[in-house]
Design a protein around this ligand. Structure first.
Ligand code: NI
Ligand code: MN
Length: 232
């Protein structure tokens, strides 16, 4: 699979491998999983929402820099959206939304997704932000969403996470030091930093994070430029 960084917390994971169908869902041998599609109005993004296609869209929470263009892309592409009950309620009824809550797993045609804990709001009364543990091609990609460092991340060590997408921007989420501790909790095979340098208030040096995190944890860190892809 390919993991492409589209800027901020947005990633496009594409799979061309034929995945055995498990439950319901349209027969497809191509999956494009889009996470937190904040593109139009995102100073860090190069892609336009109009140019991105997705079979499935994952929205960690209702803040504008995550919900972003999810409604327009889901409408145009007839994508299935995954979100918590509260965040899912932000979508018009014309969009197919698979709702879940933290701790829950949803099996899908592409594999499946588990909703993971995040310490953050969701811009929706009573709503919590979440992360996603996505299973595709027998691999596990963890997108932390917006969150501070939480002990719950230790539970992910048993999941054998292949790639962890972790915020390092600080102020609204973990900063580099706590993200480094998160790597120690999660023990993934690889880390990709996100949610930094979109605006001056979340400015960070990802190369410094890479150097320190690799030295402390031994886990390789891939700093992706906007538009860059990681083969996995
Ligand atoms: Ni947020
Ligand atoms: Mn955010």
């Amino acid at each position: 699979m390919n993991i492409q960084y589209l800027g901020h917390a947005c990633f496009l994971i594409t799979s061309n491998k034929i995945t055995p169908k498990t439950t319901s869902g349209a027969a497809s041998d191509h999956y494009s999983l889009l996470i937190d599609p904040f593109l139009n109005g995102n100073p860090a993004a190069k892609a336009r929402a109009e140019d991105v296609t997705a079979t499935h869209i994952f929205v960690t929470h209702g803040h504008d820099d995550h919900l972003g263009d999810a409604v327009s892309i889901a409408t145009r592409c007839a994508s299935t959206v995954y979100a918590t009950v509260e965040t899912g309620g932000r979508f018009p009824q014309t969009v197919k939304v698979e709702v879940g809550q933290i701790g829950g797993f949803i099996r899908s045609d592409f594999g499946g997704v588990k909703f993971t804990a995040a310490a953050h709001g969701s811009n929706v009364p009573g709503g919590l932000a979440c992360g996603f543990l996505i299973e595709l091609e027998g691999k596990k990609i963890y997108h932390a969403g917006d969150t501070g460092l939480i002990i719950d991340m230790m539970l992910l060590a048993e999941e054998n996470v292949d790639v962890a997408l972790l915020p390092i921007g600080d102020r609204f989420t973990m900063g580099p030091r706590d993200a480094m501790r998160a790597v120690g909790f999660i023990k993934p095979k690889r880390v990709v930093p996100m949610h930094y340098n979109t605006w001056p208030i979340i400015e960070q040096n990802p190369e410094l994070f890479k150097k320190e995190a690799e030295a402390v944890t031994g886990v390789p860190v891939s700093v992706l430029a906007v538009g860059e892809e990681l083969q996995c």
